[in-house]
Design a protein around this ligand. Structure first.
Ligand SMILES: CCC1=C(C)/C(=C/C2=NC(=C\c3[nH]c(/C=C4\NC(=O)[C@H](C)[C@H]4CC)c(C)c3CCC(=O)O)/C(CCC(=O)O)=C2C)NC1=O
Length: 169
């Protein structure tokens, strides 16, 4: 598992070079956003259950077929599995936010996920919608805590949806 710093060092060490301007700029931007990343992670930790619940409700409002007979999140068990998946995306998203790197998502979340979803008939499109809704819920909370530029929150959520979407069409 890597973060912004270890991933840069690995790259430069593999070619035996000192950190150059590009590397230093990237480190600077990571450290500049450091406090905001930690604050965002702390907001997520403190409100995780509420964030998942709110994002789930919005998702089922937007795609009500999911929780109707025949829908993939229909029955208590599958409804709970869906919210549990949302909770995974949120928790690992918060790790990726702090590390400034999506490696943890590749390693712990996305590997084999499409195959699992496909074999269980879990629809990818609505999952992507759910992750995007969750991103907006998190951004609203982060903004409400006084962090002006919330753009850094996008990366892990957008990465997960992009990786999942690849096979949805
Ligand atoms: C930490 C990494 C990790 C991930 C990501 C993960 C996902 C994951 N989601 C699963 C199931 C599932 N996932 C969903 C999710 C949904 N259904 C919908 O209609 C919605 C669109 C969506 C919620 C947003 C559902 C309903 C199931 C159960 C499907 C079934 O058993 O029929 C399963 C199959 C095994 C199980 O039910 O536990 C896995 C492995 N597991 C992991 O360990």
């Amino acid at each position: 598992m890597r973060d912004t710093v270890t991933s840069l060092i690995n790259n430069y060490d593999s070619i035996g070079r000192y950190l150059d301007r590009t590397a230093l700029d990237s480190l600077k931007s990571y450290f500049d956003s450091g406090m905001a990343r930690v604050q965002a992670a702390s907001i997520i930790s403190a409100n995780a259950a509420e964030i998942v619940k709110e994002a789930g409700s919005k998702l089922f409002e937007q795609v009500p077929e999911l929780i109707r007979p025949g829908g993939n999140a229909y029955t208590t068990r599958r409804y709970a599995a869906c919210l549990r998946d949302m909770d995974y995306y949120l928790r690992y998203g918060s790790y990726a936010l702090v590390s400034g790197n999506v490696d943890v998502l590749d390693e712990r979340v996305l590997q084999g996920l499409r195959e699992t979803y496909n074999s269980l008939g879990v629809p990818i499109g609505p999952t992507v919608v759910g992750i995007q809704i969750m991103k907006e819920v998190v951004k609203a909370k982060v903004a409400a805590a006084g962090i002006e530029d919330t753009a850094f929150v996008d990366q892990p959520f957008d990465y997960m949806t992009a990786e999942l979407s690849e096979i949805s069409i």
